[in-house]
Design a protein around this ligand. Structure first.
Ligand code: SAM
Length: 270
């Protein structure tokens, strides 16, 4: 997979050389290219921003350097079409599902902005030619899009074949499509078997794979109902087996008229 990042802070992307993403790049699974947007400016101050039309606080990133940068980068491989990922708090949420979708693309171009963002015409221009995704990593506002790029690249890169040591490990993750969709992963334990007087759940020592899988799934329901009840409320209950329904009932959840689960009224009243 090829990854281009255009930024005014190339040094901010240094962590892409480290750990899982860095190793994937060193092995040739990722071709990471970081570009300094100021390289496409032509004035002596390398200006990338200007005052907003209509007034208001802050500055807006000028269209010219972005246009020149994106023309050059997207035109560098006539045989391939990039997906352009624009980090912005006003974009669609970045989810595991989107990470999976983007991990199947051969080429991603990220455009992390600063100030109040990029002149809108740049997004409209490239959306008329390419698949452009405006993506938010959460309901908060950061000073720039570089940290969101680090977040997204790490989430995407660990899904690429051969990047994680054990390919199965991301299939059990919270949010992973399949049996874990709409569920958070439960707690995990390692040696020693006792630490500061605290043991580990007996079932994990039983060697009984079926019971361990069931325990893990029950714990996933416990954690999800506690921390992210919205995930259960919106989940398709067709994915739930008899045991899932039992644990949900124990936790005080019941199916509503549309079959979707919600907290039982008696529990809500308590
Ligand atoms: N005025 C903008 C707004 O309210 O939408 C905020 C601009 S923010 C200060 C500057 C840049 O940081 C954004 O253009 C984007 O690249 C990045 N950014 C900030 N928060 C983000 C988030 N939650 N998700 C993705 N990118 C974000």
């Amino acid at each position: 997979m090829r990854l281009d990042v255009v930024t005014i802070f190339p040094e901010y992307l240094a962590p892409l050389n480290v750990s899982l993403v860095g190793k994937a790049a060193a092995r040739g699974q990722l071709d990471v290219r970081i570009h300094d947007l100021r390289g496409w400016t032509h004035d002596k101050h390398n200006t990338v921003d200007d005052t907003p039309y209509g007034g208001g606080p802050g500055m807006v990133m000028k269209p010219d350097p972005w246009g020149e940068a994106l023309d050059e980068i997207t035109g560098s491989d006539p045989d391939a079409e990039p997906v352009i990922v624009v980090p912005t708090p006003s974009g669609r949420p970045f989810t595991q599902e989107l990470a999976v979708e983007l991990s199947a693309k051969p080429w991603l171009v990220f455009t992390p902005a600063r100030y109040e963002g990029i002149d809108r015409r740049v997004i409209d221009e490239y959306a008329s030619r390419y698949d452009v995704r405006e993506v938010s990593i959460g309901d908060y506002v950061l000073a720039g899009g570089e940290a969101p790029v680090l977040v997204m690249v790490e989430a995407i890169a660990r899904l690429l074949p051969g990047v994680l040591g054990n390919a199965a490990s991301h299939q059990d993750d919270s949010f992973a499509p399949g049996p874990m969709a709409n569920l958070l992963e439960g707690p995990v334990y390692t040696k020693p078997p006792e630490w500061r007087g605290r043991g580990i759940p007996e079932v994990l020592l039983s060697g009984h794979h079926g019971k361990i899988a069931r325990w893990r799934r029950d714990e996933a329901f416990r954690r999800t109902t506690a921390n992210r009840p919205d995930l259960i409320e919106t989940a398709d209950p067709a994915a739930y087996d008899k045991k899932d329904r039992e644990i949900l009932s124990i936790l005080g959840w019941a199916p509503g008229p549309d079959g979707r689960f919600g907290r039982s009224p008696e529990v809500v009243e308590e």
